[in-house]
Design a protein around this ligand. Sequence first.
Ligand code: PMV
Length: 340
Amino acid sequence: MTPKIDASALRGDAPTQPRASRSADAPVGDPSPGAGTARATGKVILIGEHSVVYGHPAIALPITSISARAEVTMTTAPSRIDSELFHGSLAAAPDRLLPTVTAVRAAIAAVSPDAQVHVRILSDIPSERGVGSSAAVAGAVVSAVSQALGRVLTPDERFDLIQDAERAAHGSPSGLDARAVCAPGPIWFQQGAIEHITVGAALHLVVADSGVRGRTREAVAAVREVRRSAPSVFDAAVSSLSALTTLARTHISAGDLAGLGAALNAAHRHLGTLGVGDPALDHLAAAARAGGSPGAKLTGGGRGGCVLALADDPEHAAELVARLRAAGAPAAWTTHMEIA
Ligand code: PMV
């Protein structure tokens, strides 16, 4: 499939054709020397979670309605962070800010090792929900810091610096989040490589928080245990998920929303077989289907976290948000991908 945008746009540094209503971009605006501002969006895995761990493909896309923004100025005082979680010097930041501190330090080291910066972070992406909070904050931070220090990063430099922060957050990240939070549209991810997916009909999706904290590490370990103890169950579920992911790409490109919805519903069932479901996720997925969603499934690690539901159009997406909130979701967001 021929990408309709160039690789730099795909990774978010210089989108030529913004394809989502509020795609990631970095840097933002035309700042004065010594200052930088950048943004990165949340992300959601459309399909392929867990099977991707075993080398199969996954599809992810940005959640265009939630984002992290970083504003950075050079300073002569010691480097400082102001965020919702912490106000103070970089050196005194608590452990939970380690990924952000790593992002700041990595960008400084890459561009101007002796520099000091003042970093302000504003984010409406919830953490520990599988929607890419840590990668988005890192993406905004590394772009804004490097911009303040006089350089616009190449897409690969930006990716590498986000991965430095992601390693501090998650140990051994696949790179899916680091790519998706900078992407203007759906991406196909397999074994570290990404491709842009052609969109044949506009995609309208709702992502709803179950209110149960996602437990990705535990869920990944549970799937590994299924592989050990019930290899035929594992093989059947993973090869089905892999085939459904390929099918989903075909449906996205052909604009076949009914086919895509059916693939999402089937993936939800296979993820349940692998032991990463949760009653709260089943409940929300069922509520979305009852509200006319062509397909709904858990997204990300599972055992909590979020569900995603396909909608027919923006109005239907808004209705599904209301329905999912009424069904118990403490928060829900929409994301829209235009034809491209
Ligand atoms: O929970 P998230 O959004 O971080 O996604 C986890 C996706 C898995 O496939 C379960 C694990 C992975 O590393 O890809």
